[in-house]
Design a protein around this ligand. Structure first.
Ligand code: HEC
Length: 122
């Protein structure tokens, strides 16, 4: 294998390893702080009045807004009862996790200030 090809392959591997690690962190933050109300598969729980966070209803609510809006709303209102308690990094990871579950993955290295440029698609 030529060196250039090899290094491309290695960076592709590192990139995918990074997004797996990120997804696991987001998953853990979600499982520990959100799943009790929004459900383990982000399906929502009508009996708790907590909306779906992945699927057609979520996309219908959020289409035309940005991932930055989702971040801000989540950070300022969730977890319900203790908003803002998780810290910026955790909100960033959990929002990336939610978008991944909506099949609109956010680049693993995206930072908070880039989210406002990412539109949520229907
Ligand atoms: C104690 C229950 C509870 C917990 C825990 C909780 N939520 Fe919620 N969440 C709700 C309820 C109820 C609503 C609807 C009312 C509202 O928006 O405040 C909601 C609304 C939302 C919305 C707006 C959804 C929409 O389409 O309008 C988002 C996004 C959200 N939650 C994300 C999260 C995340 C991420 C976490 C974990 C960090 C979390 N929630 C934890 C109960 C909860």
């Amino acid at each position: 294998m030529k060196p250039v090809l090899l290094s491309l392959t290695v960076s592709a591997f590192l990139l995918s390893a990074a997004s797996v690690a990120q997804a696991q962190t987001g998953l853990k933050i979600y499982a520990d702080n959100c799943a009790a109300c929004h459900g383990p598969t982000l399906q929502g729980m009508p009996e708790l009045a907590s909306p779906q966070l992945a699927g057609p209803a979520f996309k219908k609510t959020w289409a035309k807004r940005t991932v930055g809006d989702l971040y801000t709303q989540t950070m300022t209102t969730m977890p319900s009862g203790d908003p803002g308690s998780l810290g910026e990094r955790a909100y960033l990871e959990v929002v990336k996790y939610i978008m991944g579950k909506n099949n609109q993955p956010i680049p693993a290295n995206a930072q908070r200030d880039q989210l406002a440029k990412i539109a949520i698609k229907p």
